[in-house]
Design a protein around this ligand. Sequence first.
Ligand SMILES: NC(=O)c1ccc[n+]([C@@H]2O[C@H](COP(=O)([O-])OP(=O)(O)OC[C@H]3O[C@@H](n4cnc5c(N)ncnc54)[C@H](OP(=O)(O)O)[C@@H]3O)[C@@H](O)[C@H]2O)c1
Length: 248
Amino acid sequence: MTQTFTLITGADKGIGFETAKELGKKGHYIFLGSRDLARGKAAVQKLISMEIAAEVVQLDVTKHASLVDARTQILRKTAYLNILINNAGVAFDGHREPSDLPLQVIREDFEVNFFGNVDTTQVFLPLLRNAEWGKIINLSSDMGSLTLAADPHAPHYKASALGYQASKAAVNFATICFSKELAASGITVNSVNPGWTATEFGGRPKDAAKLPGMQDVSQGAARIVALASSGDQKTTGTFSDQSGELPW
Ligand SMILES: NC(=O)c1ccc[n+]([C@@H]2O[C@H](COP(=O)([O-])OP(=O)(O)OC[C@H]3O[C@@H](n4cnc5c(N)ncnc54)[C@H](OP(=O)(O)O)[C@@H]3O)[C@@H](O)[C@H]2O)c1
């Protein structure tokens, strides 16, 4: 069997780290993307202590040069990448109404969640094309579903995070567009909603108690791990979570 190489952005903590751990246990070689080299190295040490093969790759998805440097580093190890997990994400909205949300905040959400996602995909696509099979998994959110946001019966109907929600809806559009372009190439592209998960996301304190209804991080990573480790190379252009397909 050939080695499976997997790159995960924003993987030094939260859902990204949990995904790295679970896929590493399944034998993937993990390129652990981290903005902060020291934090990334510490995370890789944890994986290595679990006998997982991994190395840190310093990258900031909003800095094109850092993505190109990361690709150069990965090319020193392997000519191909099987799986790219676009996990890095932010939410700077802070429960403000659309009329109170500074444009700059909306731009910052889009810089990471959408433009960073697309740039990362474009930079690593040549390595995915070099593999026998490839998968791109985009971390989206049910908060980015236009259908659910407009449905008065949906749980997030009253949520108000224009920058975050619009940027995740845009991620879903990237999934649709890339999945169509890559349909004949053996590379699948799917969006995943991890679900509401106890991480430091959106500035939540590290040691804050888990709120009722919040998942732990292993549940948050479950759908990503299932998609990444399945032998299914046909499912593409979908948006799903652990319960099944979600409306766009
Ligand atoms: N937690 C939830 O309830 C939830 C729900 C739905 C969707 N999601 C999605 O799941 C993904 C993972 O979230 P999480 O809950 O694990 O959050 P998290 O613990 O805050 O982790 C996010 C990761 O993204 C990294 N990141 C942020 N900006 C970056 C940039 N410019 N370049 C590279 N990395 C960057 C962070 O690094 P730094 O520490 O350096 O900032 C961190 O490692 C996100 O895309 C999020 O939108 C989460």
